[in-house]
Ligand binder design. Structure first.
Ligand SMILES: Nc1nc2c(c(=O)[nH]1)N[C@H]1C(S)=C(S)[C@@H](COP(=O)(O)OP(=O)(O)OC[C@H]3O[C@@H](n4cnc5c(=O)[nH]c(N)nc54)[C@H](O)[C@@H]3O)O[C@H]1N2
Ligand SMILES: Nc1nc2c(c(=O)[nH]1)N[C@H]1C(S)=C(S)[C@@H](COP(=O)(O)OP(=O)(O)OC[C@H]3O[C@@H](n4cnc5c(=O)[nH]c(N)nc54)[C@H](O)[C@@H]3O)O[C@H]1N2
Ligand code: SF4
Ligand SMILES: [Mo]
Length: 707
């Protein structure tokens, strides 16, 4: 008897996580038998997270979608029947052709996000197809677009401080980021810096896992960080801690910023944030005087109405204090800005017919119910790499919209997700080890390769092939619809860019990863002498003539949203929409703020259907302070109902001092089909004041014990 040899192959974690780990796939007998972190990768360093450590189990999970299926029962009933690929594609093309004839192509809406971060099979795979069709353009602003807009306005598309250079920092502020759960491999670096004597400050509205490991935890009320940042600017200026030489040479608008910050005292900020003025003063002094000082901006910092302005204020701090002068000094938002991808080739925005309407992915529920967009009715949606029924706000409206028997929903998936439940046609998609790709990273400065090393189970095929087959049937002749995955990679990356010097697809295939040529962790100080990628080349405290726009870190595939609405030329604190102070009427009914951060054990909604992962993460729960619990007669472990006018969900009450009175926390990702509602049942689809970002930290609710 011969025993098949175990082989290993380079992988890249395809999930929406800043770490983009380089993985080692282990294959035996044509099956993925195990995964490990690549020990040679300086950030992965041989370890994966709790979600991915047994990734092979996700590949071969008994619930995996293996064949194309057609709906046989009412929408949402999960009654499907196996059909062939030909039947599935014929039906889709027949339905779409009829819709296009009757209503025009804009009656068809694509819906995707970062369920897969591959260059070929990820966020933008499929864009070229729908642009060619002339379908509605879907603006995707789930994650980082408010932050991205603010960052671009202030410092331009720079990767900022290298996450690896944090090892050289002496003062580290992690601002609205739960690194222990969401950016684990950066956390390892921060821990090492801490061991070497760096002070680690976590600014988080509740005691997250990360906050608990900090030297100092500062807990402003949600959405008040802008006031905290403005008071830091005030203190740094008032106390003469400004690096005047840096400010004079490399910034614009210092005098007007100084004027704006004059009244933004720590005492003023105390009344808004709940943080004692003395704590704000100490924070400001220590930050300004302990160099190198590095700030890690979490995505969550954008998630309230004033999120954009908050990020502008925070982004001014390193220039004000000259932190950018040092290796390991400055700020880190999303390093993806310096990755050399050719989004125009990937997305083909040139194919979008002039005047095509745009709808926003966060407002899908509204578009399908009470706020239909101008133009033709929405007759069909194709969803891939996304699961709006758990992940987008106002999910009751989405469910209502998707329940419409007349709406033709096509869903390409790994599992019958909460969204796929409503599909008319299900298409099985390939997973990690079953396809070739390069995985983009918004958390480090490496290119990451993923080899195809096993065949897909059943009849699953990769996203790119799904769109190729559809394009062939629709008669689209453009050459990009015929490129193999390898050809896509050759065409999608700017291999001739300085960042790629010495790197080819072949070298990537051999090593699995490659560091971009953008300096090393030990010498990179991109703004030591200014060189900001703004119109002035300087850090713009003040901007002139700016209008609101959407700056996706993964470049938007159309010309870019310009609202025409003028922006404040200076950063400031802009209050949230739903608080006691800004909406006292609403707060009478719904007195508690709620946060919905990421779950430690899930990756957005991925893994939240796997028994072992639910066991690790725990069933849906609600963190509540003893004071709030007592007032509502809620006991530890009670099932509670959290609700507002938008909807409700249930979870187990965990009474804890990790949250202050007035605030509750319920984490994201739980499946609606396995729970009574989820946290997005109550969240609002209103935008942040910049970049059309979501307001997940700007919601009021009430809580009650269930009978
Ligand atoms: N385990 C795990 N990891 C993930 C993900 C996952 O689902 N699970 N998702 C991935 C994705 S898509 C993303 S975008 C990243 C996001 O990673 P993070 O940026 O860490 O995002 P969140 O977990 O949403 O929020 C981080 C922290 O911000 C706090 N916070 C929320 N609002 C405010 C506020 O107004 N002020 C302050 N000071 N704090 C606030 C929350 O309490 C939370 O602890 O994580 C990625 N990694
Ligand atoms: N309340 C609240 N809501 C939030 C957030 C929050 O902090 N609070 N965070 C927001 C953020 S930051 C983000 S990024 C979004 C994420 O929102 P989504 O991107 O919609 O979240 P995922 O759960 O990752 O959904 C990905 C889906 O794609 C599928 N998928 C994965 N890989 C593939 C593939 O190769 N092919 C196909 N066809 N399908 C695939 C998965 O099975 C999964 O169902 O959620 C947002 N929603
Ligand atoms: S989810 Fe993030 S931390 Fe976990 S393996 Fe993937 S990239 Fe690494
Ligand atoms: Mo995200």
């Amino acid at each position: 008897m011969t025993v098949a040899l175990k082989t290993t192959h380079h992988g890249g974690c395809p999930h929406d996580c800043p770490d983009t780990c380089s993985m080692v796939f282990e294959v035996q007998d044509g099956k993925l038998t195990g995964v490990k972190g690549n020990p040679d990768h300086p950030i992965t360093r041989g370890g994966l997270c709790v979600k991915l450590k047994d990734y092979e189990k996700r590949h071969y999970h008994p619930d995996r979608l293996l064949y194309p299926m057609r709906r046989t029962g009412p929408k949402g009933s999960k009654q499907f029947q196996r059909i062939t690929w030909d039947e599935a594609l014929d039906e889709i093309v027949m339905r779409w052709t009829a819709i296009i004839e009757k209503h025009g192509p804009q009656a068809i809406v694509p819906y995707s996000y970062l369920g897969n971060q591959g260059l070929v099979h990820g966020l933008n795979g499929g864009d070229a197809f729908f642009n060619r069709m002339g379908a509605t353009v879907t603006e995707r602003t789930f994650c980082g677009e408010g932050s991205g807009t603010a960052w671009l306005l202030t410092v331009g598309p720079t990767a900022g401080v290298d996450p690896e250079s944090f090892i050289h920092a002496k003062y580290i502020i992690i601002w609205a980021c739960n690194s222990v759960s969401t950016n684990l491999h950066h956390w390892h670096i921060i821990k090492e810096a801490q061991k070497k004597g760096a002070k680690v400050i976590v600014i988080d509205s509740y005691a997250s896992k990360t906050a608990k490991e900090a030297d100092v935890h500062i807990a402003p009320k949600p959405g008040t960080d802008g006031a905290l940042a403005m008071a830091m600017i005030h203190t740094i200026i008032e106390e003469g801690l400004v690096d005047q030489d840096y400010v004079d040479n490399y910034t614009v608008g210092f005098e007007t910023l100084k004027e704006r910050a004059k009244m933004r005292t720590p005492e003023w900020a105390e009344t808004i944030t709940g943080i004692p003025a003395e704590v704000i003063r100490t924070l400001s002094r220590d930050y300004a005087t302990t160099q190198p000082a590095a700030i890690r901006l979490g995505v969550a910092l954008e998630r309230h109405y004033g999120g954009g302005q908050t990020i502008r204020a925070v982004s001014c701090l390193p220039a004000l204090t000259g932190a950018w002068r040092h290796v390991g000094g400055g700020a880190l938002q999303m390093p993806v800005w310096e990755h050399p991808y050719k989004f125009d080739v990937i997305c083909r925005p040139d194919l979008i017919p002039g005047g095509t309407r745009v709808i926003n992915a966060l407002q899908l529920g509204r578009a399908l119910t009470d706020e239909p967009p101008a133009g033709p009715p929405i007759k069909s949606i194709m969803c891939w790499n996304a699961n709006p029924v758990t992940q987008a706000p106002e999910t009751d409206k989405i469910v209502q919209g998707l329940s419409n028997e007349e709406l033709f929903l096509v869903s390409a998936e790994h599992f019958i997700s909460d969204t796929a439940c409503y599909a008319d046609i299900l298409l099985p998609a390939s997973m990690g080890a079953e396809l070739e790709d390069m995985i983009l990273s918004w958390g480090h400065l490496y290119l990451t390769y993923n080899a195809k090393c096993v065949e897909s189970p059943g009849e699953a095929i990769p996203n790119n092939e799904i769109f190729q087959r559809l394009a062939a049937r629709m008669g689209y002749q453009e050459e990009n619809f015929k490129w193999s995955d390898s050809e896509c990679l050759e065409n999608y990356v700017d291999w001739d860019s300085p960042a790629c010097e010495g790197i080819t697809l072949e070298t990537l295939r051999e090593r699995g990863f490659a560091r971009l040529n953008v300096g090393t962790k030990d010498n990179r100080a991109p703004h030591k002498a200014g060189n900001f990628r703004t119109p002035s080349g300087k850090c713009e405290f003040e901007i002139t003539d700016a209008t609101n726009f959407v700056a996706g870190p993964f470049r938007q595939m159309y010309e870019g949203f310009q609202s025409g609405e003028a922006l404040d030329s200076l950063p400031d604190y802009v209050p949230s929409r739903e608080t006691q102070a800004t909406n006292p009427e609403l707060a009478k009914k719904y007195p508690l703020n709620i946060l919905s951060p990421k779950s430690h054990g899930f990756l957005n909604s991925c893994y939240a259907n796997m028994e072992q992962k639910i066991k690790g993460q725990g069933e849906q729960f609600v963190l509540i302070n003893a004071l709030d619990a007592e007032q509502r007669n809620i006991k530890q472990g009670d099932t509670v109902r959290v609700f507002n006018d938008r909807g409700a969900f249930e979870g187990e009450a965990r009474i804890t001092s990790d949250v202050n009175p007035g605030l509750i926390v319920a984490t994201l990702g739980y499946w609606r089909q396995l729970n009574k509602g989820t946290v997005n049942s109550i969240s609002s689809a209103e935008f942040v004041n910049m970049g059309h970002a979501p307001t997940f930290s700007d919601n009021l609710v009430q809580v009650e014990a269930t009978a």
